[in-house]
Design a protein. Sequence first.
Lengths: 114, 116
Amino acid sequence: GAVVSQHPSWVICKSGTSVKIECRSLDFQATTMFWYRQFPKQSLMLMATSNEGSKATYEQGVEKDKFLINHASLTLSTLTVTSAHPEDSSFYICSAILGHTEAFFGQGTRLTVV
Amino acid sequence: AQSVTQLGSHVSVSEGALVLLRCNYSSSVPPYLFWYVQYPNQGLQLLLKYTSAATLVKGINGFEAEFKKSETSFHLTKPSAHMSDAAEYFCAVSEDSGGGADGLTFGKGTHLIIQP
């Protein structure tokens, strides 16, 4: 099946710094990618829809200035958590859409802000 | 608006026993339904999906699910549990057959525990 890779798998950063997470579709092009956030022992919550060449669409309650999304190419979307705080610590997962047939998920990135 | 309810945050079964994970959905349009499995610190892997072709859907690793419109349910089953089935399972709903148009709406997940 198609492969989606996230990098890094885990990251620890200091409060106030920014962290960039990459989501790559390795063997297919994805016009649309999604970013989800998962709190411990909870479900995935959709944060935003990332469309290649256009601005991301954010879900209600998600701060677009805090979670910057860039989908500069058909194989790469990035999520930058700006001025990170401990409450931003979470598991972030992306998915890339192959055609309109299936969503493929990355392995996730565990962010810890200290 | 769509929603998914997974009954039971934790389910424990003995190795070799039947696995039943419950999922009920709410959707204003004919839904597309998915089951995903998540192993610790990993992303999600698609087990199976319902796209209206057949009400009984067979997936990977011996899992299957049956779509029951009258009960708005899409329960996941496996006849005989293996230790390797221990993981978190998520039911999800979408208005798009590929789960791609507007993203997926997930249930809260069910942690499956397999006892030796």
